[in-house]
Design a protein around this ligand. Structure first.
Ligand code: NAD
Ligand code: IPM
Ligand code: MN
Length: 355
């Protein structure tokens, strides 16, 4: 048995991040103990409260400090007292971009025991994974504003799509599709309206596809694939998408899987030149923060993705199966899933199913 120790930076962040991440840390610690390895968690107090005290979302040496960890476990960032463009642009997006986490991997699966808002759908119908481009596109941050406060005021927000950026995300998506039973890939595009950026996207995806004759693929316009996720989710498997398209499609995917409280994500640096970061896809949920009723499943599942990335697939699978068993039994559910359990009760039930 390995006695490996993984160093994990924990940024619980804001709102329900402070509720679901402690639940996740506890479960991961137990699972690691049972799996014969250790997770050494270091809490970093960064986020909106830190900003209100210091004027910064993170300490100035954040990049250097995070480099020392094997992975990052993040809750959610964003609070009513701080502009969301500041919290995202000074914490979340710099981490994804500067740590070269160019893949955002987002499984969307209806677990047995959960009722989808799509009537009559079962676990066999909803099993997709979005491979979201996470470094460029609509989120590159280039642009500006001028003539502020005058009738001539304007804003420009540029999208950047590079051959290199498209090629590496497409390749990652096809590699995953190849390992899945159905070997299907859908590319979300909008090359009808966006004749420069998304036409390049389509051309590069088509070139990459030639290396994967075993994968059946086609492109869908993003508006049509959004509808298809609702009307025919069983026809979708791997979805590759730009940064913004992937953001929107994965909230749909999480919602049809039962709740925003279940969808996990991994911000992956496939070259392993810096730590990857794992987080639920949901945000800080100010509407329920502090009530102790947030669903911890997305955060715990994201933790399992982290263990898998660290090289502990057996323990990762045990965590996911514990989640699955609690949901299938159905007696412990948070309000978003139609139950009355608290975050702590749901986490305790998952912990109890680990053994
Ligand atoms: P949100 O995901 O926080 O909430 C949307 C809805 O889903 C709310 O009704 C919320 O109560 C519900 N919900 C979300 N997670 C839940 C959970 N675990 N259990 C039960 N219900 C849950 O999105 P929003 O309201 O658009 O954004 C709130 C804040 O979070 C904003 O500041 C936004 O910028 C930020 N945000 C951060 C991240 C991130 O850190 N990765 C992601 C999305 C949004
Ligand atoms: C997500 C979030 C972020 C995104 C926001 C908070 C910038 O919605 O992680 O999905 O758009 O990537
Ligand atoms: Mn989002």
């Amino acid at each position: 048995m390995s006695r490996q120790t993984y160093r994990i930076a924990v940024i619980a962040g804001d709102g329900i991040g402070q509720e679901v991440i402690p639940a996740g840390v506890d479960i991961l610690r137990r699972a690691a103990g049972q799996g014969g390895f250790r997770c050494d968690f270091t809490d970093l107090p960064w986020g909106c409260e830190f900003y209100l005290k210091t004027g910064r979302m993170m300490d100035a040496d954040w990049l250097e400090r995070l480099q020392a960890f094997d992975a990052i476990y993040l809750g959610a960032i964003g609070a009513p007292g701080v502009s969301d463009s500041i919290s995202a642009r000074e914490l979340l997006l710099p981490l994804r971009q500067r740590l070269r986490q160019f893949v955002n991997l987002r499984p969307m699966r209806l677990m047995p025991g959960i009722d989808s808002p799509l009537g009559g759908r079962t676990a066999a119908d909803i099993d997709m994974i979005c491979v979201r481009e996470n470094s460029e596109g609509e989120y590159c941050g280039i642009g500006g504003r001028a003539h502020m406060g005058t009738p001539d005021e304007l804003a420009e927000q540029t999208s950047i799509f590079t051959r290199r950026g498209i090629e590496r995300i497409a390749r990652y998506g096809f590699e995953i599709a190849r390992t899945r039973p159905r070997k299907l890939l859908a590319s979300a595009t909008k090359s009808n309206a966006l004749q420069h950026s998304l036409v390049l996207w389509d051309e590069v995806v088509e070139e990459v596809a030639r290396d994967y004759p075993d994968v059946t693929w086609r492109k869908y316009y993003v508006d049509a694939i959004a509808a298809r996720m609702v009307t025919h989710p069983q026809t979708l498997d791997v979805i590759i998408a730009s940064n913004l398209f992937g953001d929107i499609l994965t909230d749909i995917g999480s919602a049809i899987s039962g709740s925003l409280g279940v969808g996990p994500s991994g911000n992956i640096n496939p070259d392993r030149t810096a730590p990857s970061m794992f987080e639920p896809i949901h945000g800080s949920a100010p509407d329920i923060a502090g009530k102790g009723i947030a669903n911890p499943v997305a955060a715990v599942w994201a933790g399992a993705m982290m263990l898998e990335h660290l090289g502990e697939p057996a323990t990762a699978a045990r965590v996911v199966s514990a989640i699955g068993r609690v949901l299938a039994e159905g007696s412990v559910k948070t309000p978003d899933l139609g139950g009355e359990a608290t975050t702590k009760e749901m986490a305790a039930a998952i912990a109890a199913h680990l053994e």
